[in-house]
Design a protein around this ligand. Structure first.
Ligand SMILES: [Zn+2]
Length: 169
């Protein structure tokens, strides 16, 4: 604000306020649109969709906070869904660990430092069932006991146990 403001008529100040409100609504709409379309919310996408400059976004603490919060939330949820569980100790404390020659994403467990890639099971039991059986096995439960508890054939469980041992070697 400078001294010129004082000379402004009441009318022009109202116009400025309305313009600001319009931009505000446009920005809010842009954020909603990005969330609805499941696109990344950050300063560049919001300014592009809303048709405002980034500077305008930075200048409004409420919007700046909102965008930053959403950006962090998206990052957190993205990394949560992308990162798999460690096949050895079932920890979720896992980081990306480069790519294998075949192009597959490698991962490393920070808990037991096991390196692995994710194998997506297309057929057979759901991944949760497999993980459950392997967990019980890692706790020292016999294959037949696991079979009785989960209904999964003990030879299938043995195959999974072998898979885990092979990919950890
Ligand atoms: Zn681990």
């Amino acid at each position: 604000m400078n001294f010129n403001c004082k000379r402004n008529t009441k009318g022009s100040r109202v116009v400025v306020k309305k313009k600001k409100q319009k931009a505000f609504i446009k920005i809010e709409d842009a954020i909603k649109t990005l969330i609805r379309q499941k696109k990344a919310v950050n300063f560049s996408t919001v300014s592009k969709v809303a048709g405002v400059s980034r500077q305008q976004l930075y200048s409004q603490p409420f919007l700046k906070n909102k965008i930053e919060t959403l950006r962090e939330q998206q990052k957190a949820s993205a990394s949560h869904t992308e990162l798999p569980q460690c096949p050895k100790c079932f920890s979720l404390n896992v980081i990306k660990n480069g790519h294998r020659p075949n192009g597959k994403q490698g991962f490393k467990c920070l808990n037991c430092s096991r390196q692995f890639i994710v194998k997506y099971e297309v057929r057979g039991y759901p991944l949760q069932v497999k993980e459950c059986c392997l967990k019980l096995h890692s706790w020292g439960m016999s294959l037949r006991s696991i079979e009785r508890a989960t209904g999964v054939c003990h030879t299938t469980i043995l195959t999974w146990v072998k898979q885990v041992n092979v990919s950890s070697a």
